[in-house]
Design a protein around this ligand. Structure first.
Ligand code: HEC
Length: 294
């Protein structure tokens, strides 16, 4: 081989390698993957591999929360994806979405298979048959979306239907993970502020931090620098939680409202009671990791 033909060959070869790499990266980018991380063990599920599983079925959801109507999906039971990984029972599964939304899903509910109780499914968006865009958005709920079926599906809260899912990861329960969320330990076990904390974790923590605690900064911190109970009237805050657009409205607004069938007036007041209580337990940057000042 002469020097010049060698060079030519090398040139052609690197062109082939370059185009192959481009093709490979396109393939990688084209297939969405769901990461499942339980106690340090990671499983990765590609979309197409999931759609080929023998346990994929068609699931119809009568009252789909993200789409606000009846929807059908190709889906696998979430319990099957976690099978054999055995996270400790005191854990929650944090679902992390592409937009930073991060719900804390109780493990027992997520892994239930008894149809008398809610059953969680991982809905998978097929490449050939994309789902419609979400109401008011340019994107669909895909590539992965947790939907629920079963007799008592109404007990599943609106923020427990995470869409555009990227990862499921086992975590300590939120108050153990972020002590800065906790109420005054002197409160009795039945104090309504504790019920407010539980509702806050389910309905608000998926988008907001409080005292810097939480995984998502999709919305602002709700205690730092100020707590909304310090600058909004009680009726203004009630109205904002029920329907943010009834208080103020602009095109980029992101916070969803909570209809009465998702949260009652008294549940909204429990959350406001918790927020008010937390205004007296404001952490500073040193307390973000846990301990609060006396
Ligand atoms: C899906 C995400 C999401 C959820 C769930 C959510 N919020 Fe929000 N919230 C936001 C975003 C984002 C903003 C900033 C304004 C906007 O874009 O709507 C916001 C703004 C607010 C504000 C106004 C802050 C200010 O000063 O302007 C309050 C108060 C608030 N949220 C309280 C709550 C409470 C209480 C809950 C739970 C019942 C909750 N939010 C649930 C995303 C969310």
């Amino acid at each position: 081989m002469s020097a010049s033909s060698g060079k030519k060959w090398l040139g052609r070869f690197s062109l082939i390698v370059a185009s192959w790499l481009l093709l490979a990266s396109n393939i990688v980018a084209a297939e969405p993957v769901l990461d499942v991380v339980i106690g340090g063990q990671t499983r990765q599920f590609g979309r197409d591999e999931l759609l080929r599983r023998p346990d994929v079925i068609s699931v119809t959801v009568a009252n789909d929360i993200a789409y606000g109507k009846s929807m059908s999906y190709r889906a696998v039971p979430v319990s099957a994806l976690l099978a054999g990984l055995n996270p400790p029972a005191d854990r929650v599964i944090e679902s992390v979405a592409l937009d930073g939304f991060a719900a804390q899903l109780p493990l027992d509910i997520l892994t239930n298979t008894d149809p008398a109780k809610p059953v969680a499914w991982l809905a998978i968006e097929p490449a050939q048959m994309p789902w419609p865009p979400l109401p008011g958005k340019a994107v669909s709920a895909g590539p992965f979306y947790i939907v629920w079926t079963g007799a008592s599906v109404a007990m599943i809260r609106s923020e427990q239907w995470p869409y555009q899912l990227a990862k499921l990861e086992s975590q300590p329960s939120p108050v153990a993970r972020w002590p800065a969320l906790d109420v005054d330990p002197g409160l009795s076990a039945t104090d309504p502020t504790r019920a407010g904390l539980a509702l806050f974790v389910t309905q608000c923590l998926a988008c907001h931090t409080l005292n810097g605690a939480g995984s998502s900064s999709f919305g602002p911190d709700l205690n730092q620098p100020m707590n909304p109970t310090e600058y909004l009237t009680l009726n203004g805050l009630r109205a904002l939680i029920r329907d943010p657009k009834s208080v103020r409205s602009w095109p980029g607004q992101q916070m969803p409202g909570f209809a009465a069938d998702q949260m009652s007036d008294s549940e909204i007041d429990l959350i406001i009671g918790y927020l008010k209580h937390m205004a007296m337990r404001r952490g500073n940057s040193e307390t973000r990791s846990g301990a609060l000042p006396k």
